[in-house]
Write a protein that binds this ligand. Structure first.
Ligand code: SER
Length: 310
């Protein structure tokens, strides 16, 4: 059997960075090739790769004898609104190139990160079930909903082992997320640590599904390691951990920093957040491949405050 060789696109991003590290712990540094659009001379297993360059992508997959791809390169919900065509190209054209290469080069498995941004006003907001109307209101959501459909299509048409998760907002200390609507839940920790007033760009009672990075990475690896027959859904699996509002996370941080202050100045991101759902029902992920989250709000805040470096 061929040794597992993994390619990660977008490896410098919020999820990509931590996922690459964890995959390397499991499979070894030289079996996990990190790629992104910055040079990185410090990483011993790294290639510059623009996911829109499909010739180079094919060359890299062939040269390194890649067997699994995690396509994490993406523009997120808020920054995507400034550049819809670029968002579509990176999030979707990069993805279809990978699916085509999966077919041509017979890759073992491919992973597509989807998101709560695939939901829209026609989706039930509370305990959002797995199979619901997807009518997203951002180009990011449109690209991810279409990406999920490609997952399903390439699986049923060509038998590609495609797996996907609908990530909630991800909270992490390893890097600062850029361009997302859920980013406030990371920024707020930096303000608390620096003793600054936090100016929140969402309203205080906007409840959104969220997840700590440790849970998100474990979910990804567990999904990809699950036997193929237990993967019953080839679109993105609903994935849940915690749901909270800005005021609730603020109050939890205040148990550590009693003088911490927040003010609310909602901007265009409020409209995006209001189009998403509040609490996700992820029973299919729990039933099919045994998903269980570990971090609640309290545990996540403790761990963030312990690890965040300013
Ligand atoms: N974190 C993402 C965003 O806010 C949602 O998937 O855009």
């Amino acid at each position: 059997m061929q040794e597992k060789k993994i390619l990660v696109t977008g490896a410098n991003g919020q999820i990509g960075k931590v996922l690459t590290e964890e995959l390397r712990k499991v499979y070894g540094i030289y079996n996990v090739l990190a790629t992104d659009i910055q040079r990185n001379l410090d990483d011993p297993c790294y290639e510059f790769l623009d996911v829109l360059n499909q010739y180079r992508m094919k060359e890299i997959i062939s040269d390194y004898q890649i067997s699994e791809v995690y396509h994490l390169a993406a523009l997120l919900s808020a920054s995507g609104e400034y550049n819809p065509v670029k968002t579509w190209n990176i999030n979707l054209n990069g993805w279809i190139s990978i699916l085509e290469l999966a077919k041509e080069l017979k890759l073992e498995k491919v992973f597509f990160p989807s998101t709560i941004a695939v939901f829209g006003k026609t989706t039930p907001r509370d305990f959002t079930p797995q199979h619901v109307p997807l009518q997203p209101e951002t180009i990011y959501g449109v690209s991810k909903a279409t990406g999920e459909m490609l997952c399903h299509y390439y699986h049923q048409k060509y038998g590609i082992d495609v797996r996907s998760l609908r990530y909630p907002g991800i909270i992490s200390y390893q890097s600062i997320p850029v361009g997302g609507t859920t980013d406030y839940a990371v920024e707020i920790f930096y303000a608390a640590k620096k003793n600054e007033v936090y100016k929140c760009f969402l309203e205080k009672d906007t409840r959104l599904p969220m997840m700590y990075i440790n849970d998100a990475i474990r979910a990804t690896i567990e999904l990809m390691q699950a036997p193929s027959e237990s993967i019953k859904c080839r679109m993105g699996y609903n994935l849940a951990a915690i749901s909270f509002t800005p005021e609730e996370i603020y109050e939890e941080i205040r148990t550590h920093y009693p003088d911490f202050k927040i003010i609310y100045e909602p901007d265009f991101r409020q409209k995006i957040a209001s189009s998403w759902t509040e609490v996700i029902d992820d029973q299919e992920a729990r039933k099919d491949w045994g998903w269980q989250h570990a971090f609640d709000l309290k545990a996540m805040v403790n761990d963030m405050l312990e690890n965040i470096a300013i």
